[in-house]
Design a protein around this ligand. Sequence first.
Ligand code: 5RP
Length: 246
Amino acid sequence: MKNDMIEVADMKKIVAETAVDSFVKDGMTVGLGTGSTAYYAIKRIGELVSEGYDLTCVATSVQSEVLANSLGIKTVDLDVAEKVDVTIDGADEVDPGMQLIKGLGGALLREKIVAAATVKEIIMVDESKLVSKLGTVAPLPVEVLQYGHLHTRRALERQGCVAVLRMAGGVPFVTDSGNYIYDCRFEGIDRPYFLEMAIDSIPGVVENGLFLNTAYEVLVCDGKGSVSRMSESVSQSGGQREIRVF
Ligand code: 5RP
């Protein structure tokens, strides 16, 4: 039987190009995410710039900044931009309520700061990133100061996880801001808001990879190359938060 499923890299490219074409307009200030899906989005933004779009871009990592500049995309420091109209970024997990885990690419701190300055945070993923509960597939990355990090690790583990120092080439991975990352393996995160508060109150923690109520829209590419969209809507009855898929 013929297998019509496409490769993960193709899904990433399709969803990234759809996200850019749907949300990036001439004259905007655009946040550039980090990772292998963001790579395709930045490439597409480079094409728009070469077609004449006047975009001001803010990168969420040195890696994305270098790529953007190599494609002729102008980048500025976040503080030069008053606000960011739209940020296009990937994610490691997306739950049915559009809550996210990010940071396996190591850029969670700047990604969260840029997201907080962004009007519309657009997340693009392939369908393998969809989970019924956060923390069931990916670990939760937590960026910590190098100073006293073994003590920070013990405090993280008291939250019910196994915390593993991220390594690169046999030495600890160091983020763009000079910190370490602990990848915290939970057996599912039941109460992400409580966990976020608990983690953030640990001395030495700089930022965590829970991105709660951050996404304006999530675009998902399936194995056949179709892109569906999740967005928040307020229910007619009682004003509760609901997620619409279309
Ligand atoms: C980087 C991130 C990435 O968005 C996330 O890891 C997804 O990466 P990819 O698109 O390569 O699967 O949060 O810090």
